[in-house]
Design a protein around this ligand. Structure first.
Ligand code: UDP
Ligand code: MG
Length: 319
C-alpha cells in the first residue's frame, strides 16, 4: 500500500453546484505536490445529487478519492470528525467544498508543515463581509477570549493543516459536543497562522443563519469550562450586596427622617429584575446539565450509510 502523505478532508452538504469544480481545482493543485494524496469527502446527508457526484468521482479515481456518506445531516462538526477518522495521511487539510478555501494555499501549508509546524492555520481577512457581521465577530471574540481558557482568533476557522499527531490527539477527544475551533486550540502543538484574502462563496448558499451563528457562539462559550457558572455566582453575590446596601439605606433613612414607604415601583423593578436574573442562571445550569445529558448517552456523532467501499453497517461509536 502506498504511503499517503496528505489527506484532504472535505465536508459537503448539498454542494452539487460546486463539487465538480472544486474537485477539478483541488486535484490540479494537488497533482503539483510531491507525494501521494487522497481526498476524503464527507457527504453530510445531502439531499441533492452530492452523493451521486461523489460516487462518480470515487469510481473515476479509485484509491485517491474516497468518501463517507452519512445516514442524515449531522452537521459540519460531525462531518469533519468522520473525515479525520477516515483520513490516512501523515498530514490532513480540512477544506470547505464551496471554494471559499483556495486550494492554492495547500502548497503553502505543506511547506510550513515541512518546516516542522503541526498546525498550519489559514486566517481569512473579513474583507467583503457585512459591517454588522464584522463588528459582532470582533465583539464576540473579544468577550469569549476573556471567558474561555483556550484562545480563539477571529477569521480562523477549520481551514488548516494538521499533522498526524495533532489529528490523533483530536480523535482522542471523545466529547459529544464538538466545538472544533476550540478543540484545535486546546490540543496545541506548534502552530502557525497566515492570512489570506477572503473569497466570496460563488455558488450555492451559506448554511449559516443568524440563529445558527448565535447558537454556535453560545456553544463556544459553554464548551470549555464552567466560568459562566462562576460568573453567575459573582453576579448573585453582587446583587445580594446591592440589596443589603439598599436595605441598610432604607432603614437609616426611616430612622433619621421618619417612616415613608411609597416604593411600589422600586419593588416591582427589583422583583422583575431578580426574577430575570434567576431565570438566566437556571437556564445556564440547564445548559450544562443538558450537555452532561448528551455526553452520558454516548451516542455516536454520526451514522455512516455508505463509503466508497460500499454500504456500511454501524460505525462511529464515541469510544
Ligand atoms: N457543511 C456540512 N454540513 C452542514 C453544513 C455545512 O458538511 O450541516 C459543509 C458545507 O458543505 C461546506 C462547509 O461545511 O463545505 C462550510 O459550509 P458553508 O459554506 O455553508 O459555511 P460558511 O462558509 O458560510 O461558514
Ligand atoms: Mg462557505
Amino acid at each position: 500500500m502506498v504511503r499517503v502523505l496528505l489527506s484532504i478532508v472535505v465536508p459537503c452538504f448539498n454542494e452539487e453546484d460546486v463539487l465538480d469544480r472544486f474537485h477539478d481545482h483541488v486535484t490540479k493543485e494537488l497533482d503539483r505536490l510531491e507525494g501521494e494524496f487522497e481526498l476524503v469527502y464527507v457527504d453530510d446527508g445531502s439531499r441533492d445529487r452530492t452523493l451521486a457526484l461523489l460516487q462518480r468521482l470515487a469510481a473515476a479515481d479509485p484509491g485517491r478519492v474516497r468518501y463517507v456518506s452519512f445516514s442524515r445531516n449531522f452537521g459540519k462538526e460531525a462531518a469533519m470528525l468522520a473525515g479525520l477518522r477516515h483520513a490516512t495521511g501523515d498530514a490532513v487539510v480540512i477544506m470547505d467544498a464551496d471554494l471559499q478555501h483556495p486550494p492554492e494555499l495547500v502548497h503553502r501549508m505543506v511547506a510550513l508543515h515541512a518546516e516542522g509546524y503541526d498546525q498550519v492555520v489559514a486566517r481569512r481577512t473579513r474583507e467583503g463581509d457585512r459591517v454588522t457581521r464584522t463588528l459582532t465577530a470582533r465583539l464576540y471574540y473579544w468577550a469569549i477570549n476573556r471567558l474561555v481558557d483556550v484562545e480563539l482568533v477571529d477569521g480562523v476557522g477549520d481551514f488548516r493543516l494538521l499533522s498526524r499527531r495533532t489529528v490523533d490527539a483530536l480523535l482522542g477527544l471523545g466529547e459529544y459536543n464538538r466545538f472544533s475551533k476550540g478543540l484545535f486550540s486546546w490540543v496545541g502543538f506548534r502552530t502557525t497562522t497566515f492570512a489570506y484574502e477572503n473569497a466570496v462563496r460563488e455558488q450555492g448558499r451559506s448554511k449559516w443563519t443568524f440563529g445558527k451563528l448565535l447558537n454556535y457562539g453560545l456553544d463556544g462559550l459553554l464548551s470549555f469550562n464552567n466560568k459562566p457558572l462562576r460568573a453567575a455566582v459573582y453576579l448573585g453575590l453582587l446583587l445580594v450586596s446591592l440589596a443589603l446596601a439598599y436595605a441598610a439605606w432604607i432603614v437609616a433613612d426611616a430612622l433619621l427622617n421618619g417612616v415613608d414607604t411609597p416604593g411600589y415601583v422600586t419593588l416591582l423593578v427589583a422583583v422583575t429584575a431578580l426574577a430575570g436574573v434567576q431565570m438566566v442562571m437556571v437556564g445556564l445550569i440547564g445548559e450544562y446539565v443538558g450537555r452532561i445529558y448528551y455526553e452520558v448517552k454516548r451516542r455516536p456523532h454520526y451514522l455512516v450509510a455508505e463509503t466508497e467501499t460500499g454500504p456500511q453497517e454501524q460505525e462511529g461509536r464515541a469510544d
